[in-house]
Design a binder for this molecule. Structure first.
Ligand code: ADE
Length: 246
């Protein structure tokens, strides 16, 4: 997959691109991530990218011209016309694991990071194919949102994660939160890891984990439990779990 990112602050991406899973995926050629400084697509001496909002009001608005030109230049370099062009904005549709799966199916993505008070609406109306928000809160720009989207998408690409099992069992993959994890030592400062996990009984361990996952999701994210497709055994586990806890 190739991901092109349009930003006013390319240096913000240094850490993410060079560490951990994304760093390794890039080294192994599984993803090609290119950063484009929006200022590089201006034509005036001072590389102005923003301007006062028409109609007045606080803050500045990102001008449309450098963003249109940057996207057109990337598209013509690749000779592609049908590529998802995504604007990161708090006005977008909410990003979920499902959105990540959908985006991971493309060969190429273009991500545009907004900044200041916003981006001239002609970009949303006539250039981009999608607008995405990573949550109902306001970041100072689209960069952190683009990093979150990219991180979720890249780890879903074939070959990126060592073990496919970790993908199957993680939070949100099956619509539930993940069960709690423990490692050595078995007792730390008097706090014991659940004995079932040390029992070697894989059937019991799987049952315990499923129950914890259901319980945790029901308590912390009732909205997810309502949407989850639960097997009859899950409903039994859930009622058992609630009896134990209360
Ligand atoms: N830019 C500012 N806040 C944002 C958010 N919550 N999601 C995506 N882009 C943003």
């Amino acid at each position: 997959m190739r991901i092109d990112i349009l930003t006013l602050f390319p240096q913000m991406f240094d850490g993410l691109l060079n560490c951990s899973i994304i760093g390794r995926a890039r080294e192994r050629g599984l993803v090609d991530i290119r950063l484009h400084d929006i200022r590089g697509y201006t034509h005036d001496k001072h590389h102005v990218v923003d301007d006062y909002p028409y109609g007045g009001g606080a803050g500045m608005v990102l001008k449309p011209e450098p963003i249109f030109e940057a996207v057109e230049s990337i598209k013509s370099e690749l000779g592609l016309s049908a590529v998802p062009i995504i604007l990161l904005t708090p006005q977008g549709r909410l990003f979920t694991q499902g959105t990540a799966r959908e985006l991971a199916g493309y060969q190429h993505l273009i991500l545009i990071c907004g900044h200041y008070e916003g981006v001239d609406e002609r970009v949303a109306d006539h250039l981009v194919s999608d607008e995405i928000s990573i949550g109902d809160y306001l970041l100072s720009g689209g960069e952190v949102a683009a990093m979150a989207v990219m991180d979720c998408v890249v780890r879903l690409l074939p070959g990126v994660l060592g073990s496919e099992v970790s993908l199957v069992e993680e939070s949100h993959i099956g619509g539930l939160l993940e069960y709690p994890q423990y490692t050595r030592p078995p007792v730390y400062r008097g706090l014991a890891a659940p004995s079932v996990l040390l029992s070697g009984d894989h059937g019991e361990i799987a049952r315990w984990r499923r129950k914890q996952s259901l319980l945790r999701t029901a308590k912390r994210r009732p909205d997810l439990i309502e949407k989850a497709v639960l097997a009859p055994e899950d409903k039994i586990l859930l009622s058992e779990a609630f009896e134990i806890k209360s």
